[in-house]
Design a protein around this ligand. Sequence first.
Ligand SMILES: [Zn+2]
Ligand SMILES: [Zn+2]
Ligand SMILES: [Zn+2]
Ligand SMILES: [Zn+2]
Length: 621
Amino acid sequence: MSNSENKKCQNCETDFTIEPEDFVFYGKIQVPLPTFCPECRMKRRMVWRNERSLYKRKCDAPNHKEEIISMYANGSSIKVWDQKFWQEDNRNPLDYGKEYDFGRPFFEQLENLLTNVSFPNLNGSGNINSDYCNWLHNSNNCYYVFGGSGNENILYSGHVADSKDSMDLYTIVKLELSYDCSFCQNSYRLFFGQNCENCMDSYFLYDCRNCSECFGCAGLRNKQYYIFNQPYAKEEYKKKIQQFNLGSFRSFIELKNKFNKQKLKIPHKFVNSIRAINSTGDNIIDANNCKYVFDIFVGGAENSKYSFRIGKNTKDVYDCSCYFNCELMYENFSVGIDAFKVFFSVFVWTGSEIQYSVNCHSSHYLFACVGLRNKQYCILNKQYTKEEYEELVPKIIKHMNDMPYISRKSQILNPKLQINSNNQNSKTQAREIIYRYGEFFPPELSPFAYNETVAQEYFSLTKEQAINKGYQWKDPETKNYQITLKTEQIPDHIKDVKDSITDEIIECSNASAQGGQSSQCSTAFKIIYRELEFYRKNNIPIPRLCPNCRHYQRIKQRNPLRLWRRKCQCAGTHSDNKVYQNTIKHNHHDNNHCPNEFETTYAPERKEIVYCEKCYQEEVV
Ligand SMILES: [Zn+2]
Ligand SMILES: [Zn+2]
Ligand SMILES: [Zn+2]
Ligand SMILES: [Zn+2]
């Protein structure tokens, strides 16, 4: 096994380490070492997934004039077809096939193909009565849901599986009649829950398991009738809950602030995980030997690294977002369902031995293809025999190294550089990013701007920052909404809200604020009738933010996709900040400071008390 090796990221110039096991993996799949650091690689993939930025536009299919909703904006370089026509279309995408040109860089040729082949306006399948959803599958009666499957009656949510009759969920499995929850599973009537499992009839819970009728609690197990972590008699509990007057927006804000303070009083485990063995990252369920992985929420990943959203039987996967039976995969986004040896690809369902391909399904042995189904041995959408394919691919790989693609950012800035060659600043900006074989697609090939994609959700940038870093940016389209209601005019209590609110165009309270730009604020929103019924039935005040701002707020609550090496904050009998008094002696360090260190998504300056697994287990049982 090789020793570890330090490298400088080609993109951000910070140092990163190639670990001994990484050499084994790259060797096994015969790819060169990465030249981007793990975080820059993640961002580069993320700019290929737009979940929530939808537009009204014309369908590009011949003889179709109707307006469609699409994740590709007007003026996008991509040809966009209504999904139904796209699926039925029996034109052969091989018609766009091109002979590989050894006189031009590889990525230029691929870009050309990307702009010629048509794409479906949205992604999703098997949905009934679910408009305005994207990346949703096998769901019924959903609205404004981005990512997920097997749902019924879900509104304004992202990454939800097998859930029912709920609203405002984010990364959820099996919730029912619930509202505003993140990273929760198997729960019923849970309101404002974070990182909870098996909870019922509860409000404002953080890291609780098997709790019912609890309010404002953090770090509880198997409890009933607790309020802000204090036990109550049943009758007393019910009375207190009534007095909280949750239906009032003012009381709701006060309760939420109190709950946020409650969260700071208890030890947090350094990672949100269940059954994570020898693994680092965050939000992990059922993982074995996974490093630097985030959001393994459907469970089941092994020997994987540098990945975000993987699971359900994924094995030996690096730099991926992929689900359902995936093995030996590298640098992909939105790939899965029986996939083997897929590299540098986007949106590939079912396939093997595929590289540098986009929107290709049930196919094998593809190199640089777009929009193919049930094909094999194709390069740039041109059909070859097995023998021809096997001969040509190594030649193209060699050509990618001999004539690399130079990122356009530097091509634009280079002439300037020659004029002010003594300007240090413009020099660094004009650094060339070289794309040889082994690099994922350069961001300028993506049909999406940085801020339309999940990159903006997890690594938020301002317009200036994004452009400086060579990403595309899309200014929000001017929305000429005729605002009929300001949030200050909404009755404080849900009981005073009239049916007529469903006719109003409400201004998002972030609309004019600074936060609006980074949260893709839609500036105005409407309340639909079944949503109003939900608020009334559950005594919840009308939200004052648009669905996008609410989504970004939930993302803000989670920890970032970044790891810091830190020491356990258990000082022996209490936490380092003296806020938490241990309830029991911790045998592994007696009354001395706990010596354990870990990789955590809690940045060092954060206020939460962060304990190692052992100390946490002693306290939260
Ligand atoms: Zn970097
Ligand atoms: Zn907003
Ligand atoms: Zn400890
Ligand atoms: Zn301890």
